[in-house]
Ligand binder design. Structure first.
Ligand code: GNR
Ligand code: NI
Length: 174
């Protein structure tokens, strides 16, 4: 396994739409292993492949990342079958938008079908934080970040702050 670099906003790659996986093979499993290790190290509770620069429809999640044994869930080609009418609000963060948090409204339940780590078809009926997280990750597959749901002003303030931080880091590295 290996750690991969997590891309941060602003970065055009994060705005790419990810492509459907044709086959769950050894290489894809290696990507999923690396993603999980990178997510735990961050630490985070979810990660989409595009966040490590790979435009494939792959997500890893572990809401109980502090528990042992760990309980990762791998999603390949996830599709939402049904969403609830009711919304719930959670404070969201994103490893690609470091240090920024905001309350976001999303459907409080979702029914999702996907392929697992072995390419087997699975379904999950998620609610609460799990439902929020799955939707946050599925947004990444469409090039959408949680800051896209904020007002133009809030969003542009966050992007400005992140670009400044990037420039500072570049100066220190150079
Ligand atoms: O680690 C993460 N925490 C989180 C908290 C609330 C809602 C969504 C998330 S996902 C985030 C990791 C990440 O950026 N995944 O794309
Ligand atoms: Ni995210």
């Amino acid at each position: 396994m290996a750690l991969r670099k997590i891309l941060t906003e602003p970065n055009e790659v994060l705005r790419q739409k990810s492509l459907k996986v044709e086959k769950v093979d050894k290489d894809l499993q290696k990507l999923m292993d690396d993603m999980l290790e990178t997510m735990y190290a961050a630490p985070g509770i979810g990660l989409a492949a595009i966040q490590v620069g790979v435009p494939k429809r792959v997500i890893v999640l572990d809401l109980d990342h502090k528990d042992k044994p760990k309980k990762p869930i791998y999603f390949v080609n996830p599709e939402i079958i049904e969403k609830s009418e009711n919304n719930s609000t959670y404070e969201e963060g994103c490893l690609s938008v470091p240090g920024q948090f905001a309350e976001i409204d999303r459907p409080d339940k979702c029914h999702v079908k996907y392929l697992d780590y072995y390419g087997q078809p699975k379904e999950i009926k998620a609610e609460g934080m799990l439902a929020t997280c799955i939707q946050h990750e599925m947004d990444h597959l469409e090039g959408i970040l949680f800051i896209d749901y904020l007002s133009k002003l809030k969003k542009s303030m966050i992007i400005k702050k992140l670009s400044k931080q990037k420039k500072t880091v570049e100066r220190i590295v150079v």
